[in-house]
Write a protein that binds this ligand. Structure first.
Ligand code: HEC
Length: 104
């Protein structure tokens, strides 16, 4: 999933050097250094919210990252709770993956 959705900007290894990165006006963060930038602790809940994006935009505004919380939201699901649960489980998997590529 990371390979399909995130590498265009963040790069195959997560270092922020994907093929689209030079076209963005902002620096694409190195995703292998999140823990390092947070005193050695991987801030899973914060990363979750950043990827989800639905809660971030009004407050800090992530102008370039797609709002995955909406992209993963499946309008075909039979009800809202189910669609939400599916989106959350996809985001959780990405958070686990990012946790696994942290470098110190
Ligand atoms: C269109 C380019 C683009 C794509 C695609 C993209 N990102 Fe990002 N991402 C960014 C940019 C740019 C930032 C920096 C914040 C901003 O300006 O939006 C960022 C920030 C982040 C951060 C915060 C990093 C930190 O240091 O706190 C995380 C986590 C992240 N992205 C994960 C992902 C994941 C997971 C995917 C795939 C599901 C993804 N991104 C896809 C461009 C992208």
């Amino acid at each position: 999933m990371y390979g399909r959705l995130c590498t265009s900007c963040h790069g195959v290894g997560g270092r922020g050097n994907g093929p689209m990165a030079p076209m963005l006006k902002v620096e694409v963060p190195d995703l292998t250094g999140i823990a390092q930038r947070h005193g050695g602790e991987f801030p899973a809940e914060q990363v979750r919210r950043t990827i989800d994006g639905r809660f971030e935009r009004p407050a800090h505004g992530l102008p370039y990252m797609p709002v995955w919380g909406w992209k993963f939201y499946d309008a075909e699901a039979s009800n809202d709770a189910e669609a939400r649960a599916l989106a959350d489980s996809l985001i959780d998997r990405l958070v686990v993956y990012l946790g696994s590529i942290q470098e110190d």
